[in-house]
Design a binder for this molecule. Structure first.
Ligand code: SF4
Length: 348
């Protein structure tokens, strides 16, 4: 059995633990989720016999770190190998005031085909399991060597469209927020979507209320279809309608991500259309000047156009922030995750 695939209650009801005292599960959970110990042998408050049973029959992590590379700005990108030999990437991002964000993957590759995104070039390979998602968080936390009480944020902005793997990401969120396991506040988790309406409905109904980010990147239907093909089956007007129904607490807002592509979606008219489109929603918007990569077909927008775009929105009382992507020098910035190793692997 894979322990990190289950909530605490499920572990309690699992046949594997049938003859064990209930506090044993609590002890194991503390080793894994609080202390970051992933070796049963080191769980010294368990009997030798029980440790042997665990070693023979149970697993904790389902991924292993193969590579990490740090950027000048402190961002660290990790390549993780999955049991079937595929690879995914996660990124550890130091933020202001000592905060830390883990950017994690939900799929190997991605089926959404966004034109500005490097992951899209891999195509879709497979969904990650709950344990593969939880394992990324455990390994990043362990690498960051955070004190037990130190808080961190998780964003589903790595490889893949999380709402194309809704069942498994919701399960992983349940495990990460479980009071008896990692006990992470749901407000520290952000699910970022390209706008899959069916997935949004499921997320809206899910009892654990996480934060929502939407990758917008265009100011009208036609323009969005050109860079985000899923817009054909998930039209912009329907997406906005759905977002208007999305449950938000009083202080909460939706975050829109808008990658600015030179001479494509960075004009004053675009800024005005974005304002009209989102009018009526509680939101903030991150403006992200595009990071070109070989073969992307788009260029970085001019700074004065980025500033103009921002001003049009801020003049209308919109919270619009220009985000300089971190980790640019190690290909860990937004839309730049794609494991070369993984591609080699697929070709075999
Ligand atoms: S931007 Fe996100 S949804 Fe679009 S292809 Fe890349 S990983 Fe997939």
């Amino acid at each position: 059995m894979t322990i990190t695939d289950y909530t605490f209650e499920e572990l309690q009801n699992h046949s594997f633990f049938k003859n064990e005292k209930p506090y044993r599960i609590k002890q194991i959970a503390q080793w894994i989720y609080t202390k970051g110990v992933f070796d049963f042998e080191k769980m010294t408050n368990l009997s030798k016999e029980f440790r042997n049973k665990l070693k023979e029959n149970a697993k904790i992590l389902t991924i292993e770190k193969t590579q990490s590379v740090s950027s000048k700005d402190g961002t660290t990108k990790f390549v993780f190998k999955l049991k079937d030999g595929l690879f995914v990437e996660s990124v550890l991002i130091p933020m202001n005031e000592g905060k830390i964000t883990f950017c994690i993957s939900s799929q190997v590759g991605c089926a959404m085909g966004c034109r500005f995104c490097k992951t899209a070039t891999m195509g879709f390979i497979r969904n990650l399991t709950p344990s593969e998602i939880v394992s990324q968080v455990l390994l990043l936390k362990s690498y960051a060597n955070l004190p037990e009480k130190k808080k961190f944020n998780i964003v589903f902005m790595g490889m893949g469209e999380p709402l194309h793997n809704t069942e498994n990401i919701l399960k992983a969120i349940e495990i990460l927020t479980d009071k008896n396991l990692m006990d992470l506040s749901p407000r520290r988790i952000t699910v970022s979507t390209s706008g899959l309406i069916e997935g949004l409905k499921k997320l809206a109904e899910f009892p654990v209320k996480v934060r929502l980010a939407v990758s917008l990147n265009a100011s009208n239907q036609k323009q969005r279809e050109r860079i985000m093909p899923i817009t054909k089956s998930n039209p912009l007007n329907k997406l906005i309608e759905e977002l208007k129904k999305f449950p938000l607490s009083n202080r909460d807002r939706i975050t829109f991500e808008y990658v600015l592509l030179k001479d494509f979606n960075d004009s004053e008219e675009d800024a005005l259309r974005v304002y009209d489109l989102l009018n009526g929603l509680k939101y903030k918007i991150n403006l992200i000047p595009f990071n070109p990569y070989p073969g992307s077909g788009f260029e970085k927008p001019e700074e004065k156009r980025v500033l103009r775009f921002q001003k049009i929105l801020t003049d209308r009382n919109v919270n619009a922030i220009i985000r300089k992507s971190k980790g640019e020098d190690i290909s860990a910035a937004c839309g730049m995750l794609a494991s070369r190793k993984e591609k080699e692997n697929v070709g075999e």
